[in-house]
Design a protein around this ligand. Sequence first.
Ligand SMILES: O=P(O)(O)OC[C@H]1O[C@](O)(CO)[C@@H](O)[C@@H]1O
Length: 217
Amino acid sequence: MKFFIDTADLEQIKEANDLGILDGVTTNPSLMAKVGVKGHEAVIQHYKTICEIVDGDISAEVVSTDFKGIVEEGKKLAALHKNIVVKVPMIKEGVKAIKWFTDNGIRTNCTLVFSAGQAILAAKAGAAYVSPFIGRIDDSGWEGINLISQIAEIYAVQGFETEILAASIRNSNHIIQCAEAGADVVTSPLEPILGLLKHPLTDIGLAKFLEDAKKFA
Ligand SMILES: O=P(O)(O)OC[C@H]1O[C@](O)(CO)[C@@H](O)[C@@H]1O
């Protein structure tokens, strides 16, 4: 399973990258706004900076909602760097645009996916990644992880090559559940990734080993 970090915060991106386990980055307009990136030029520059930090797929989201606008915007984003994956919303115009990008050699990440039917359409259009939002499904009172399992089963049965990019991760357990359920990629904020490191018995065990090591130092 690949690990992407889900943030536009450059310090957090560097910290995750330094761990040596990072395969890519996802952002969205909300995450850009959160770190104070404002205006088209600043957003473009931010994507370029992220591409310089991480050698992996970087999702860059379009904000147009009509076919022509999505294609024009996506072409410009894809031209920024070979690792840019154009992130397109799961709407009718988005599906048409994903097919156009597929036919023209531009990789896409179909975002805002909340059902198996949407995931089938994204795969049919040739998306490189599909992004089911498991945390937001949990927030609405359903089990988000079940969607990952369902999509994984459908893609395996049908032989779809689209990678399942589990998004909207809220905690470390989500990451473990995604791995079990067959997600190809998990995109997570830094904290749940670092949370995977932690276990009280590791801390207790290390303290004891270090204490005993002093006896023969
Ligand atoms: O529900 P949240 O935490 O806002 O997450 C939304 C998700 O949407 C995405 O844009 C999908 O890639 C991610 O950046 C994020 O994981």
